[in-house]
Design a protein around this ligand. Structure first.
Ligand code: GL4
Length: 831
């Protein structure tokens, strides 16, 4: 029998667990033969990549199976991270780092004449997210596993992730992201755990056998959700947790019904409609469109996940009453907020629980993270749309709302205005369901993602909820994983650090502080600079190959890499570039610190102004990069298709990190942390986590400029007129006039008019108000850069003081304050 095979024998029989270089090589060749069906003479780079990926996966599986067995035995309390986005980035390199076999594998591949770098380059990254919000979820999964916290990530397995960005004639062009076309070796389908979800239809009311009044949902569509699991291994631990993503399919039963009536095309159509649900990621960051398919996606993955959790609970012989004891669910923004209602429905309609008990379980289960203050990002669903897709949920929302408003009335008597503001239903015009309100009411904890952001939530966007439930609110400042964003992406710097302070900083980032003792050590400074120079040279080569632009690695690399949005103000940096260019044109012999301006980022396909800003960057670049008067002292580069892979090349090569959003607009930012960790200095406003970064690194090591949030509010309230700044600042006027005149657009004065007009007449993001302060600050940056010793000192101190911004710290905060969950040690017992 299977049980009779000694587990130890099974391990040793296989090539699948050994971690020494020889075993890894043998396993790799085995996989090339038996999985890819190739011998070396015919193998493509992709075959080699796949063979290596399977070799690594085998090592993950051993840990994954042990982890699952341990959690099942112990019935461990588990975090479920619900997120519509997981921007994981390539798996191969990260898994090699976390397994601790990167160097062995690199050597083994080299012995076979293969380059590990090239094999990593071959991986199509899963871009199942837009930007910071999705990448945060990925960093948190890494930290949860590293800290041995039982956890599951639940989301959607989009067939097409975030679009690939091309640049044609300076404009962004979107191409479909076919990330699954070469196969995905990191996932395992689990069709045996498929679930069904309902959509549409109507509700019916009836009296059950015990005389209780009950409701049931009669849907007009049923869709099947199939889970695909990806192991998430922690760093130097046996814990391998699961990312479970759902794919939508038509259930067979539905096909049959149409088949039997002879309607073959109808059946296929039905199938196609069902499969649309997980077809594509909505490419908007920080904005919501209120489209039916989006709500369907949200409900789909939430319902699949909650049903899956109930299955797990039952599998461990735990009663449903223990749901909130077994699981802590984190809602990553309001995208999964419908789960509050779906859990109520499952408990009440499917499991006959009474309302009070169901509500106690529900609100003790959920916690809600808000990720933005932008009004256009707050999700609201028209009642009509909502009711036609989720009729039973709408009934339940009305009931939740009635009980909630009763509570409000008692706490704040005679305050009708407050009730109107707080209601789950917006009735000011067309009626909407307010998802943030639902999330606040249905959760026991609410948090913002940086200190300033949480403060603004409490004062402004969620003020009524703060007054109602002050105990629910806490701050959880974001963090980033040092495994991917240092050890993997900046191996030289990581090795230098380890040679000085040992390697425990990788799990305990606060230890970077010990680098401060070397800050004035000339030898260390030289090494630090050499490594930065090396990374800049590598990026310069990438730019040469991709953009055909020659940049000088000795110039100051000034980088802004993030989604394009007016509030992030990429165009403020552009005004700086044009200003420097104008200074050169006025006086070609002017003394100027050579700079390379590098931009990367995608714009939402429907966001005209963001796309126009991309076009302007490329237009300015075309002029500046070629003008002989410039003598190569300024270069402007737009790197297309910014994604995790490219980000990993960019952070190590940055001298200056641009974090220049209008104060009060960027909830946190996380790129700001990754740049500083890699030794870039920040030029930034007092926005999001910049405030805390500056606190940590010291104000003397941070280039601060711009209005504060309060000053912005004040100016807005007292009638801000951007045109006044234009008329009183000669450099600003010249920069704007040059753009408006068609100077950068081959004489076309119309092209950038929408942008120029907006700045002169609206400027809702206060570029003109911050312009003088920004330019003065940049002049200071240029002066400091000339003093390489001083710059290096500041760079070292930035990295040394980034300990707070490890996602391990964030996750420890969530575990302690919100999830109340403890680590579980996993031992390797079986293969
Ligand atoms: C975001 C915020 O814009 C960003 O500041 C934050 O760092 C990130 C993670 O908390 O969440 N919110 C949305 S929406 N997209 C983001 O990137």
């Amino acid at each position: 029998s299977l049980d009779a095979i000694d587990l130890q024998d099974r391990c040793e029989l296989s090539n699948r667990t050994g971690m020494d270089s020889e075993t890894l090589k043998r396993a790799f060749l085995n996989n090339l033969f038996y999985v890819q069906g190739k011998f070396p003479a015919l193998a493509t780079t992709n075959d080699y990549y796949m063979a290596l990926a399977y070799t690594v996966r085998d090592r993950l599986l051993q840990r994954w199976i042990n982890t699952a067995a341990t959690y099942t035995e112990l019935g461990s309390r588990t975090v479920a991270y619900f997120s519509a986005e997981f921007l994981m980035g390539p798996h191969l390199g990260n898994n090699l780092i976390n397994l601790g076999i990167y160097d062995q594998v690199e050597q083994g591949m080299a012995e076979l004449g293969l380059s590990l770098d090239e094999l990593q380059e071959e991986e199509e990254e899963p871009g199942l997210g837009n930007g910071g919000l999705g990448r945060l979820a990925a960093c948190y999964l890494d930290s949860l596993a590293t800290l041995d916290i039982p956890s599951l990530g639940y989301g959607i397995r989009y067939e097409f992730g975030i679009f690939d960005q091309d640049i044609r004639d300076g404009w962004q062009v979107e191409r479909t992201d076919k990330w699954l076309s070469a196969g995905n070796p990191w996932e395992i389908a689990r069709p045996e755990w498929s679930v069904e979800i309902k959509l549409g239809g109507h509700t019916e009311h009836y009296t059950d056998d015990h005389g209780n009044y009950r409701s049931r949902w009669v849907p007009d569509q049923v869709v099947k959700g199939i889970p695909y699991d990806t192991p998430i291994l922690g760093y130097q631990t046996n814990t391998a947790n699961t990312l479970r993503l759902w794919t939508a399919e038509a259930p067979e039963s539905f096909d049959f019904r149409s088949f039997n009536s002879g309607d073959y095309l109808g059946a296929v159509y039905e199938k196609m409609i069902s499969e649309n649900i997980s077809k594509v990621l909505y490419p908007n960051d920080d904005s919501s469109q209120g489209k039916q398919l989006r709500l369907t996606q949200q409900f789909f993955f939430v319902s699949c996940s909650l049903q899956d959790m109930i299955r797990i609970l039952h599998g461990q012989n735990l009663p449903l009453e223990n749901f909130h004891k077994k699981f802590a669910v984190q809602l990553n923004d309001t995208h999964p907020a419908i789960s509050v209602v779906e859990l109520m429905r499952l408990l009440i309609d499917h499991h006959q629980m009474d309302w009070e008990q169901a509500w106690t379980i529900t609100h003790q289960t959920f916690a809600y993270t808000n990720h933005t203050l932008l009004p256009e990002a707050l999700e609201r669903w028209p009642i009509e749309l909502f009711g036609s897709l989720l009729p039973r949920h709408l009934e339940l929302i009305y009931e939740i709302n009635q009980r909630f408003l009763d509570e409000v009335r008692i706490k704040f008597p005679d305050d009708e205005e407050r009730m109107i503001r707080m209601s789950l239903i917006d009735e000011s015009g067309e009626r909407y369901v307010r998802m943030a309100h639902l999330a606040c009411v249905g959760s026991h904890a609410i948090n913002g993602v940086a200190a300033l952001h949480t403060e603004l939530l409490q004062k402004d966007v969620l003020r009524d909820f703060y007054e109602m439930y002050p105990h629910k609110f806490t701050n959880k400042t974001n963090g980033v994983t040092p495994r991917r964003f240092m050890v993997l992406s900046n191996s030289q710097l990581s090795k230098l650090i380890t040679s000085k302070i040992g390697d425990s900083w990788i799990k305990n980032l606060k230890e970077l502080q010990q680098l401060e003792q070397f800050v004035d050590d000339a030898g260390f400074q030289v090494e630090w600079r050499r490594i930065k120079q090396h990374s800049k040279t590598e990026l310069a080569t990438y730019i040469q190959n991709n953009n055909n632009i020659t940049v000088d690695p000795d110039s100051l690399f000034d980088i802004q890499a993030k989604r394009f949005h007016e509030y992030k103000r990429q165009h403020l940096s552009l005004l700086h570039i044009v200003t420097l260019y104008n200074r050169i044109k006025a006086n070609p012999d002017i003394e100027i610190t050579p700079r390379t301006f590098i931009f990367g980022g995608k714009a939402a396909p429907g966001y005209f102004m963001a796309k126009l800003i991309i076009k302007l960057i490329n237009s300015v670049g075309n002029v500046v990069n070629r003008d002989p008067d410039v003598r190569g002292r300024l270069k402007v580069v737009f790197l297309k298709d910014y994604n995790v892979k490219l980000a990993q090349r960019i952070y190590p090569a940055a001298d200056l990190s641009e974090q220049i959003s209008t104060a009060g607009k960027e909830a946190s930012g996380t790129g700001n942390m990754k740049f500083a960790l890699n030794g870039a200095l920040t030029i930034g406003t007092l926005d999001g986590a910049n405030v805390e970064i500056r606190e940590e690194v010291g104000e003397e090591n941070f280039f601060l400029f711009g209005l504060t949030t309060e000053e912005v509010y004040h100016k807005r309230a007292h009638g801000y007129r951007s045109r006044d700044y234009y008329h009183t600042n000669a450099e600003l006027k010249l920069a704007i006039d040059r753009i408006a005149s068609g100077f950068f657009s081959q004489g076309d004065a119309e092209l950038f008019r929408p942008l120029v007009d907006d700045l002169l007449n609206q400027d809702q993001y206060f570029l003109f108000a911050d312009y003088a302060s920004y330019i003065a600050c940049q002049d200071q940056v240029a002066a400091v850069y000339k003093d390489q010793t001083k710059w290096t000192r500041m760079s070292i101190l930035n990295a040394a003081r980034m300990g707070k911004f490890s996602s391990d710290r964030s996750i420890e905060d969530y575990c302690r304050d919100i999830w109340k969950v403890e680590p579980v040690n996993v031992e390797l017992r079986q293969c």
